[in-house]
Design a protein. Structure first.
Lengths: 478, 476
């Protein structure tokens, strides 16, 4: 992103040229990163940006090609959530973040592929088929924001927006070797984000570097009265200077280095932590006793909210309508049976069960109580450290369909990312190494609420001293 | 056997906010279908609710007026069920923490005061409206009503008869209208009532099986439906049967209650806290602010009208039926300290004109000043009470002052005895037969002669004086 902004001004390259380059790249994309490309919108925005740059604007976002995950509403441009049930849905409104990006002059090139309704971590459950990992096309790019991650890694955009409910920005960022931020809950408006689990969902930026992520984050964050969970406060722009790590206390939870962690990942993350130590950080061991319940709590809360959030797709007002029906109940059944894939149905069923009379107390209420304990756990941890570091995922990218028959193991792989959603805390994934096979590995940084400045500052300092984020996948055609 | 009747009522009051509870669409009734809608109230993907704080204001108002405890932390909940008029597949309502709890409302039954407990009052959104088009055999949906704010007011099962239920509903409706938070229109659906009914042998302490009663669209329907349902329960029990815990629908055509299809009532609503809204914290300052602006409540006003103005209970009841009529009365009394006289004119002429026309008392052409001037004209003998009625009518249509009307139409009373005597003399001469009959003892004929005088004077003759003169002259 920063390099493109420089090319516009120093090399006199036009945003129109870059846009055409990107649109050409997407046409030949073997990864299936996009669901919808908005060529006209992109060219128009590029033209406007070109004019403003010529007039000397120093707005770094001008003309920068950005991709938007397909669960974020774009006015006049189809927004499908990679689902059959919304395959014909064209919003009449922009999501708050899209409005903000348009106002800041970026070029929105299109909508990226994802797991249907963001339920998944492989980008294989999309109605248009899977997105592939640019580092190895037999591997998953992760998910659910797999399209947004792959597009950045393969230079099919300069940066992108994803959404993160249990790791859906950070895990694909880690699998694709890019940087991704799940911001503090309430710092980025959810207006226009098609809800999966409202109390966990958060839109966030994905880009090659922490600096780019910070620029995009500055552009989309802020209070929005249209989202009641948006926090009304003064948002300072996050600095693009690195954070002086001297005296910063880095907490390392033992629980993040337990069973199931691949040795490659463990080594890369520990090396990463050493980099911070060399930069002057103080390493402290911390204890997070309750995070072992994180996955269980998450799948109860997230599916419960999802079962309710997805009730509106009933074929009555918009979207797919099953016509194989004689009465109302049949119409509901036909619409929802043919409109949702198996994973979405599985979660709707789970969530419905967890909220049912007689089960609410032992599932949803209990899960909410444990969620509070996890929040308290982190609050205590942040009394003794400023930042918590661990792996983003236990393993690097795995085979595209390797986990297809084993949803439970797949759910367990979200173990490190889930706590940030349950607690609302910000978390950043940055590249910190590669496996022997050359697959990228991500490291997760967590900070107290609204301390993205610490996260991004630390990320920028790390990347100023390492080169992992600069390495590009071999197949790169551009 | 004798039975106790146990009734609990659930009222849904549509609020008079300008905009809906979670979006800025208008709440106006009767617009073209689906014109007052937006992505939020029709449940489009990705949109979010934003609470209209006015709804909380209104809820607190009613809570204070019904002596409720106002909850400090208010959490909204989702009530999940599928129905085409419910855009999101869930209704946003309150479940575990209602805005108001543990209140009461005093009602009058047979001249005694009875206290009915209010279990809870909570805020929620209304659904849309299904319209079945008989011509095309299609079902259409109007979402104008979707998202209109409601207060649900749940009573304790303290109501013991249909008459008490009626009185409770009247009292509650009057309160809502007084507080200016609901127009109380049952026919248009802005004031809706469901009932829980059970009966038990007199003296028994355990409750009988109850049924829920729905679809009563007027006060009369409520009375009929309750009477019917109570008798139905008793009939079942006396014939040795068991009342089923069903939901019954009132059928206004057959005047019976019919069970709702079980498929529609076997809901598990899967309530859980609404994650799209943050808890609404109602602090003391907020409550005090509302309390300060709370108007005098109907019961207090009634009592004051009796105590301060010396009005009969009946007058106080009628005059305080509406806040604006009561205000009108008090404005008149502030101009002329003659409460009973003013009350009489309001209860007869003013309310009649209001009833006949579509006019509101605030737009009534007869201002308190005009009414009082007219009463003064009667009291100083300028006009008769009969003429005053005509003048009132004239004021109501033209809005001109009574003095002007009297002057223009020459309606000043004839109080000159000589003029009246001449007229009476002429009438006696022209009606010898009637005079004869009168003198033979049929004194009721006095009215005939008075009528003749009034005819001759176009009603301007002073009635008292006319009576006196006729009597005197017929004695001769
Ligand atoms: Zn609306």
């Amino acid at each position: 992103m920063l390099d493109i902004a420089r090319r516009f001004r120093v090399d006199n390259i036009s945003p129109l040229d870059i846009t055409e380059e990107i649109l050409q790249g997407i046409k030949q994309d073997p990864l299936n990163a996009y669901i919808t490309v908005d060529e006209t919108g992109a060219r128009n925005a590029a033209k406007e940006a070109e004019e403003e740059i010529r007039q000397g604007s120093d707005n770094l976002l001008l003309g920068v090609p950005v991709a938007i995950k397909d669960n974020i509403c774009t006015k006049g441009v189809s927004t499908t959530c990679a689902s059959n049930i919304l395959s014909n849905f064209v919003p009449t409104y922009d999501a708050h973040v899209v409005e903000k990006l348009k106002n800041s002059g970026v070029v929105i090139v299109g909508k990226t592929n994802m797991d249907e309704f963001a339920m998944g971590s492989t980008t294989t459950t999309s109605k248009i088929g899977p997105t592939k990992n640019p580092w190895d096309i037999t591997k998953t790019p992760g998910g659910s924001s797999g399209g947004s991650a792959a597009a950045v890694a393969a230079d099919l955009c300069a940066a992108s927006l994803g959404s993160d409910t249990g790791g859906s920005i950070r895990q694909p960022a880690s699998f694709c070797g890019i940087t991704g931020l799940k911001p503090t809950y309430g710092s980025v408006s959810r207006f226009g984000l098609v809800a999966f689990a409202s109390s966990l969902d958060q839109i966030g930026p994905m880009a090659r570097s922490a600096r780019d992520v910070a620029i995009l984050y500055n552009a989309v964050k802020g209070y929005d009265p249209k989202d009641s969970t948006s926090v009304a406060m003064k948002y300072q722009p996050t600095s693009l200077d690195g954070l002086d790590m001297r005296g910063i206390r880095v907490g390392v939870p033992g629980a993040f280095f337990g069973e199931g962690l691949s040795t490659d990942v463990e080594k890369a993350v520990k090396d990463g932590i050493s980099v911070f130590k060399e930069l002057g950080a103080e390493i402290v061991d911390i204890d997070l006793a309750y995070i072992r319940y994180g996955v269980a709590v998450y799948y109860i809360v997230a599916t419960a909210e999802a079962s309710s959030n997805l009730a509106r797709y009933d074929g009555v007002r918009y979207g797919l309508r099953g016509n194989n029906a004689d009465d109302l109940i049949d119409m509901y059944i036909d619409t929802r049976s043919s409109g949702f894939n198996i994973e979405v149905k599985r979660r709707i069923m789970l969530g419905t069960y967890g909220l049912s009379a007689g089960y609410y107390d032992q599932y949803y209420r209990k899960a909410s109580q444990v969620r509070t304990l996890i929040i308290q756990d982190f609050a205590k941890a942040f009394e003794v450290c400023d930042i918590i570091i661990g792996p983003t995922t236990p393993t690097p990218a795995f085979g595209l369909y390797e986990m297809i028959d084993d949803p439970l193991s797949l759910y367990l792989l979200d173990i490190y990312t889930i706590p940030a959603n349950l607690t609302g805390l910000p978390a950043l994934s940055i590249p910190c190494g590669f496996t022997k096979e050359g697959l990228p590995i991500g490291m997760q940084l967590m900070a107290p609420a609204f301390r993205e400045d610490i996260l991004l500052g630390a990320g920028i300092s790390f990347q100023d001293h390492t080169r992992f984020h600069e390495k590009r996948p071999q197949w790169n055609m551009m | 056997m004798e039975y106790d009747v146990i009734i609990g009522l659930e009222v849904h009051a549509q609020l008079l906010t300008e905009t809906k509870i979670f979006c800025s669409c208008s709440t106006i009734f009767g617009d073209k279908p689906n014109t007052n809608t937006c992505p939020v109230c029709i449940g489009m993907p990705g949109v979010l609710p934003v609470l209209n704080k006015k709804v909380v204001d209104f809820g607190i108002k009613l809570g204070l007026a019904t002596n409720c405890h106002i909850s400090k932390t208010n959490i909204f909940a989702r009530k999940n069920y599928f129905y085409p008029d419910l855009p999101k597949g869930y209704q946003i309502t309150q479940y575990e923490n209602p805005l108001c709890e543990h209140g009461f409302l005093d009602i009058n039954v047979d001249n005694t005061v009875k206290r009915i407990g209010i279990t809870r009052i909570h805020m929620e959104e209304d659904a849309g409206k299904l319209i079945h088009d008989l011509k095309s055999h299609r079902s259409l949906i109007d979402f104008n009503r979707a998202g209109v704010p409601l207060l649900e007011i749940v009573s304790e099962p303290d109501i013991r008869s249909t008459a008490e239920a009626y009185s409770y509903l009247m009292e509650l409706r009057q309160l809502l209208v007084y507080l200016e938070i609901c127009d109380g229109n049952m026919e248009q659906g802005s004031f809706r009532c469901d009932a829980n009914v059970s009966v038990r042998p007199k003296g028994s302490v355990s409750f009988g099986i109850r049924t829920e009663l729905k679809n009563m669209n007027s006060f009369r329907h409520v009375q009929r439906a309750l009477d019917y349902e109570i008798n139905r329960h008793i009939g079942i029990i006396e014939s040795g049967g068991n009342v089923l815990p069903e939901t019954m629908l009132w059928d206004a055509v057959s005047n019976t209650t019919q069970p709702m299809r079980t498929k529609e009532e076997s809901h598990d609503y899967r309530y859980f806290p609404e994650p799209d809204l943050i808890p609404v914290v109602v602090d003391d300052a907020w409550i005090e602010e509302i309390e300060k602006r709370l108007p005098e409540l109907p019961r207090d006003k009634r009592a004051r009208f009796v105590n301060v103005y010396g009005l009969p209970e009946y007058d106080a009841e009628v005059l305080t039926q509406s806040r604006s009529v009561a205000d009108y009365f008090e404005q008149c009394v502030s101009l002329l300290n003659s409460p009973k006289e003013i009350s009489n004119w309001i209860m007869t002429e003013v309310l009649r004109v209001l009833k006949e026309g579509s006019e509101d008392i605030k737009t009534l052409k007869v201002t308190p000043e005009m009414l009082v001037s007219m009463i003064r004209l009667i009291n100083d003998g300028t006009i008769s009470g009969k003429i005053a009625k005509d003048i009132f009518e004239e004021m109501a249509t033209t809005g001109r002052s009574p003095e002007l009307i009297v002057k223009e139409k020459g309606l000043v009373q004839i109080t000159d005895e000589d003029i009246l005597k001449d007229i009476v003399r002429e009438i006696i001469e022209n009606n010898p037969k009637e005079v004869d009959v009168y003198k033979k003892g049929k004194v009721q004929l006095l009215g005939f002669f008075v009528g003749q005088v009034m005819n001759a004077t176009k009603g301007k003759a002073n009635p008292r004086l006319t009576n006196k003169i006729i009597r005197e002259m017929l004695k001769q």
